[in-house]
Unconditional design. Structure first.
Length: 757
């Protein structure tokens, strides 16, 4: 059964649209379960989901498909929908809910089994099996259909979103299509879709029209020829290594490349107007599906050979990389899993917004987008990436929505919102230059988070009191190898000099988790619980020492260097890091450099560090709380997983207790504590952080002015009082409501919306 199930899911996955997918399902299920009828009913989005439409059937009258509609309260299919559980009947017509639809011709069938299709707690439709004879379907049949329905639910939900449900066989060219995701970075943008896709990944190739059919065909034929030559060369090279029999595989590859189906199939598609990569993608899909359908296991395996060849040709086709001027003026960068590197490839003055299928507002791409002041929508699980290239798109980073091909009215509405935003930003600009002092006279410096040299000028202009978090991994990520000591020294010196005497906190390399270096891949099952941050640098003292030496050298003649260690979870790790820092300094002193003693800090972003806060603080100069990670580890919610993004909440009472306890630990040790995670940029959270007597905040440049505004609008005493009330509450939503209300009362209602993003 498992084998059959896997095959069906694979075939459905290769279907090019919903109608085709549903036809495969009903045909294959009918065949495998040897039943008389298999049908799929889906909820119609137009009718508020109250109606079910027969979308595909093998066995019922074909004319009834696309026409039979029932209310969810009607008939046996409606009963399955209502109960959201399987209904298994020996003789359906005996059941009081049986309703006869003459168009279907179903009076002949007695046995009935219906299972619900559910995605994210929402009923999408019903999968039905029917048989002439009277019988109860056995457990195996029920289990099979439930498993299949659960596996197909995601694909159906996706099709529903892109408007395929209820529009059988129609081309999807819907205007003003709205798709929901998760807010990633506040703001709105209007622009043109550009798909960022992983190189050599056929499945992520977007649809695109051929600009010149002739050029596409030539490029494709050249790529095929190059791969053929490459394979012949590999075969020759392997002569002494592999026996003849094994080497024949390469001949088979070369033959496949010359085959009609792969080459002509692709060329036909190119001549039909597609660009070469998408034509190749579809031809490979078709060909692999044919192989996968075969019963002979040897031939089934050939599917992976076709895919391999497809990837090789694609790689050749992709040797042409997009030039900066090929990005439209207002680029909306879209992708399955947009990476920081892809973001950095777009010239900043052309990047209008980012949209990613994976990730959440706490992912690093979203953080980077906030730092660049552009909106981002994350976790759009059903993003039809392949169809968005070149389309006009509105990105609403406040609510986490996208609008594809918006209507003129909607465009007008968003333009208006953009103007309002600009006004608010301008209103705050002057305020940003004022010191951040509470109404009862406590100064709470607001620093900027940064990671790019390009951020420095905006950070200075924005009125930042210094840099509270410089993510050194960013310059590492946009290079093709580890930067050397001199190269790093230069980068760090430029930042230190620009801000001197204001403090600059350079965090040591924090890769792993969702931050990969293209030239240092780390593949793990649970990367956030794995080899990350300080764990990597302690295991690679050569990399760590190079970086520490560069930081220290950069600080010659300056007095503002602060060094921060990420992901510390034990005193032992801190000791190891301090020893290496000492060693780097000793080496430099031996080399006759004059190096001031830097201030050293520890990031509190792992729960164990909360409990060790006093002990850690005693050994360093300051603590800095990384709430982005701390929240994910405290609540066991992956910061990148859109499925659980609703559970990720900095105002969770457990988080508030942990922060309060950390602040007390630092102060007992007589040291300062700052917060550099995204919570520090959320106006409601800022009130509580002030109440906890956090000494400084570090935020993305775009949020700097509003955070200062909050600080200047409250007294510390009032914040303490609000904190006292909040820690007695149990629900994050109630805490948020109380704080939003406090913001409104203080005249900061305009920030309430911004805080949610
Ligand atoms: C954090 O975890 O809060 C933090 C500031 O670090 P990063 O977001 O880079 O992991
Ligand atoms: Mg972190």
């Amino acid at each position: 059964m498992l084998h059959v199930l896997r095959r069906i899911v694979l075939e459905v996955g290769a279907a090019s649209n919903l109608a085709e997918a549903l036809e495969i399902i009903v045909r294959r299920v009918k065949q495998e379960l040897t039943i008389d009828v298999c049908s799929v009913y889906l909820r119609e989005p137009e009718a508020n989901g109250q109606r079910l439409l027969l979308m595909a059937s093998e066995g019922l009258n074909p004319d009834s498909v696309g026409t039979v509609v029932m209310n969810t309260g009607e008939g046996l299919v409606g009963l399955v929908a209502e109960r959201a559980e399987p209904v298994n009947l020996e003789n359906a017509p005996d059941h009081p809910r049986f309703k006869y639809f003459p168009e279907t011709g179903e009076e002949r069938y007695h046995a009935f089994l219906g299972v619900p299709i559910i995605h994210n707690r929402r009923l999408l439709g019903v999968l039905v099996a029917q048989q002439r004879e009277r019988r109860r379907f056995d457990d195996e049949h029920v289990a099979f259909l439930i498993t299949l329905a659960a596996q197909l639910a995601g694909a159906i939900s996706h099709a529903e979103l892109i408007g395929e449900v209820g529009k059988r066989r129609e081309e999807i060219q819907q205007d003003n299509l709205q798709i929901a995701g998760i807010p990633g970075a506040a703001g709105v943008a209007v622009g043109q879709g550009v798909v960022a896709y992983a190189l050599a990944d056929l499945e992520s190739v977007p649809d695109r029209d051929a600009e010149s059919v002739e050029n596409e065909e030539t490029a494709f034929r050249e790529a095929v020829k190059e791969v053929q030559d490459e394979l012949i060369e590999i075969k020759d090279r392997m002569e002494d290594v592999l026996p003849m029999e094994e080497r024949l595989l390469f001949d088979a590859y070369v033959m496949m490349l010359g085959s009609d189906s792969l080459v002509n199939g692709t060329v036909d598609r190119i001549r039909g107007g597609s660009w070469a990569p998408a034509a190749l993608r579809d031809t490979v899909r078709e060909s692999t599906r044919n192989f996968e359908d075969m019963d002979d296991p040897y031939l089934r395996e050939r599917a992976s050979d076709v895919r391999d060849i497809g990837r090789r040709i694609l790689m050749r086709l992709q040797s042409h990389v997009r030039e900066p001027e090929e990005f439209p003026e207002h680029t909306i960068l879209l992708g399955e899993d947009v990476t920081a590197t892809q973001l950095a490839e777009v010239p900043p003055d052309r990047l209008a917004a980012v949209v990613s299928s994976r990730g959440t507002g706490s992912s690093h791409v979203a953080i980077l987008a906030r730092a660049m002041g552009i909106p981002a929508v994350m976790g759009v699980a059903d993003l039809p990436v392949g169809r968005l290239e070149g389309r006009q798109i509105v990105v609403d980073g406040y609510r986490g929505n996208l609008y594809i091909q918006p209507t003129a009215e909607l465009l007008e509405e968003f333009k208006h919102l953009q103007d309002e935003e600009k006004e608010l930003a301008e209103g705050l600009r002057d305020l940003a230059q004022e010191p951040a002092i509470t109404q009862d006279g406590v100064e709470v410096p607001v620093y900027a988070n940064s990671g790019l040299l390009a951020d420095i000028a905006p950070s200075i202009q924005s009125g930042a009191d210094g840099i509270g978090l410089y993510r050194t991994e960013v310059p590492f990520m946009i290079r093709e190898r580890f930067p050397g000591e001199d190269e790093q020294t230069q980068i760090y010196r430029e930042i230190l000099k620009s801000f001197n005497p204001r403090p600059v906190t350079l965090r040591t390399l924090d890769v792993g988790g969702d931050k990969a270096l293209p030239y240092f891949p780390v593949t793990e099952d649970n990367p956030f619980l794995g080899w990350r941050g300080i764990r990597i640098t302690l295991d690679h003292p050569e990399i760590f020492l190079t970086q520490l030496r560069a930081m220290l050298r950069a600080s010659q003649g300056l007095s503002n260097l602060h060094i921060l260690f990420p992901m510390i979870s034990s005193l032992g790790e801190l000791k190891g890091a301090m020893q290496l820092l000492q060693r780097a300094r000793d080496e430099l002193l031996d080399e006759h450099y004059v190096i001031p003693v830097p201030k050293v800090g520890v990031m509190v972003e792992v729960p164990s560090a909360v409990y060790l806060s006093e002990a850690l603080a005693r050994r360093v100069d300051f603590l800095s709380v990384g709430t982005n990670d701390l929240v994910q580890y405290l609540l066991a919610v992956d910061r990148n997983n859109p499925r659980v993004a609703d559970l990720y909440n900095g105002l969770h009472p457990a988080v508030l207790h942990a922060l309060d306890q950390t602040a007390q630990g630092a102060h007992r040790a007589g040291k300062t504590i700052s917060v550099c995670g995204e919570m520090a940029a959320d106006p409601a959270s800022v009130i509580l952080l002030l109440g906890m007597e956090i000494d400084a905040l570090s935020v993305n440049v775009a949020a700097l002015a509003r955070v200062k505004w909050v600080i200047r609008s409250f007294s510390r005493e009032r914040c303490r009082e609000l904190l006292r009330q909040c820690v007695r509450m149990e629900e994050p939503a109630a805490i948020r409501a109380l704080l939003d209300n406090a913001l409104v009362q203080a005249g900061l209602g305009g920030l309430v919306r911004a805080g949610k993003a």
